[in-house]
Write a new protein. Sequence first.
Length: 236
Amino acid sequence: MKKILVAPRFKVTEGLERAYTTNSFATIVQSNGCLPIMPMMSSRSTKKEFVRAAHQYITMSDGLILQGGNDIDPSTYGEKPQGAINCQLFRDVFEFALLTSALEKGIPILGICRGFQLVNVFFGGSLIQNLPMGAVIHSSYQDDEINDIQHRVKLITGSLLSSLYKKQTLLVNSYHHQGVKKLGKGLTIEAKAKDGLIEAVSSMTQKVLAVQWHPEIDVEKNEEYRKLFSFWFSWV
């Protein structure tokens, strides 16, 4: 059985650390015939330890999923904090190491929300640290309201997603306050919001697909979200 590594989220409080993911990822991976695995690391690990562990974890993996969570530290794209919140630089270091090893091995990579932004930064892009209020509402900060606030994204003609869905737009949930400012080198734009914000990117040569929205949420009821995962798992 092929193994999919789901990079964990971290919650660090005084005297207690948690590495975790949501059950939805386990369900999605298993429903696509694969075994989910999640690495365990301490926030106090050194960069050398993160890099070594990432290589070992990717060696046993057939795909990598980078999920949502804390903002990426602006120092990773050469900026000072100007709206970024709850950054975890240790997580950035670990996930950059996972990405490096995954690309070297040539396994498929799926980025979701923060994972989408991390992919962009990894390839040399930058982020808008706090999106201004505008015609498109991108932020919902309550978990139980994540599917109540939605917007449409335009699928770029000739893109992977336009070929997959065979339509011009897709309705997605809104659960982010940051976005792509400078596009990473070698990434292809897959979808944009009405306000021009990039919402999905890919790299066919690297087997990378990344989306700003959260297709793992309510996936059992949303055929279009399931279709996205099925497409990505076809690469595994």
